[in-house]
Write a protein that binds this ligand. Structure first.
Ligand code: THU
Length: 139
């Protein structure tokens, strides 16, 4: 993937931190999901007083896209930090990796974890979720 695209995804993910609703953890997460058609869907984490209904930033982005009929994806960028201060990589939780497994090719889908535009790293979904269970297992 081109560096300019990665930088755009990082910018958009960081912008999402403004919308994170995190009265309980104060840990803000932003995501930018690139669809194969070139569209970008953003997401933030949305917490809940009952805790378990909390939605991670990555899933917010996925569900926005899927709810608009988009199901093929190339990459997602994730950023996060306490009070929105980015000091370290934010790694997608297991539930979000499983949602990625539903819609993405684990061999090629890229997960970009960023601290800023100069400091980021990317892994394939397969690296992040080895031997994942997905739609193919039910085919
Ligand atoms: N969180 C995400 O948004 N994405 C992840 O993959 C890790 C965790 C959120 C959920 C919760 O609002 C906060 O970070 C602390 O767990």
């Amino acid at each position: 993937m081109k560096k300019e695209m990665i930088e755009q995804l990082i910018d958009l993910a960081i912008k999402q931190l403004e919308f994170s609703y995190v009265p309980y953890s104060h840990f803000k997460v932003g995501a930018a999901l690139l669809a194969k058609g070139g569209e970008i869907y953003t997401g933030c984490n949305i917490e809940n007083a009952a805790y378990t209904p909390t939605n991670c930033a990555e899933r917010t982005a996925f569900f926005k896209a899927v709810s608009e009929g988009v199901r093929e994806f190339e990459a997602i960028c994730v950023v996060g930090g306490k009070d929105g201060v980015l000091t370290d990589y934010a790694s997608p939780c297991g539930v979000c990796r499983q949602v990625m497994m539903e819609f993405c090719d684990p061999d090629t889908f890229q997960i970009i974890m960023a601290v800023n535009k100069e400091k980021y790293k990317n892994y394939t979904l397969k690296e992040m979720l080895p031997m994942g269970f997905g739609p193919n297992n039910l085919a």
